[in-house]
Write a protein that binds this ligand. Structure first.
Ligand code: SAH
Length: 231
């Protein structure tokens, strides 16, 4: 895990691995600063999405990891945030297991936690929020509508953090309202969290969509809702 953006948020352990690897395979959301921290001669492979170019498919990434490791190289697979949070890490682990390649997982600060901290948004409070849910607003490109029952999470009363939700912000807010959250429930959107370009909108849930649109916030962003958020 590379952390959410600010390069200072990578763990010491992950930073040491980046500084000593033979091959660095990195995603789009990984801060480019890390590319300057690899040893000389390290092969750096970008497998992220770029405008006008398709993502290197998951299968190809897995194959590449196996090939590089089998040739005796020390490979770092650097992912934004934490690798186990919406990071497709399980798929890569399965392939490495099948190929008999040993690896370890190094956790990272996930985007919701980085965004919350840098935007001053508490996620829990003794009186207002006793649970946190991480949801995805984008389950599968093949699926048109949101399948996840946002209403149930709303009813649970804790703090909701939605990843990959900007493309469906309106629908997500509608579902949270339909699930029982009131129009005046505190909500927020933090985009480009922990980076110098970070922007945030804190708003009542009922006004979140126009406020975010007026402010012109863009992905990557995390959407928050819950009483603790208002503090
Ligand atoms: N594994 C990552 C999440 C990958 S999914 C993690 O643990 O953070 C990609 C989503 O993460 C984006 O759509 C966005 O919702 C969120 N995200 C990643 N970096 C972000 C950032 N700097 N600011 C706000 N949201 C971010």
């Amino acid at each position: 895990g590379a952390g959410p953006g600010d390069p200072g948020l990578i763990t010491v352990k992950a930073r040491d691995l980046v500084a000593s690897c033979d091959v660095l395979v990195y995603d789009n959301l990984v801060n480019r600063d890390f590319l300057r921290q690899t040893p000389e001669g390290c092969e750096q492979i970008d497998v992220g999405k770029k405008p006008g170019r398709h993502t290197v498919e998951q299968e190809k990434i897995c194959k590449m990891l196996v090939e590089k490791a089998k040739s005796g190289k020390q490979v770092v697979r650097l992912k934004g945030g934490d690798p186990f949070v919406f990071g497709r890490c399980a798929e890569e682990m399965t392939v490495l297991d099948d190929a008999g390649i040993p690896y370890e997982i190094v956790p990272g600060v996930t985007a919701a936690l980085g965004c919350a901290a840098y935007a001053g948004i508490p996620l829990t409070h003794r009186d207002y929020g006793s649970s946190i849910s991480f949801l995805t607003g984008h389950e599968d490109v093949e699926k048109e509508a949101l399948q996840l029952d946002f209403g149930k999470f709303a009813a649970a009363g804790g703090t909701i953090c939605v990843y990959m939700g900007m493309g469906k912000l309106e629908e997500i807010v509608e579902k949270l309202l339909a699930g029982g959250l009131s129009e005046d429930r505190p909500a927020a959107v933090v985009s480009h969290g922990t980076l110098p370009t970070q922007r945030k909108v804190i708003s009542a849930l009922g006004d979140l969509v126009p406020n975010v649109r007026d402010a012109g916030l863009t992905a990557p962003a995390v959407i928050f809702a819950g009483n603790a958020v208002g503090l």
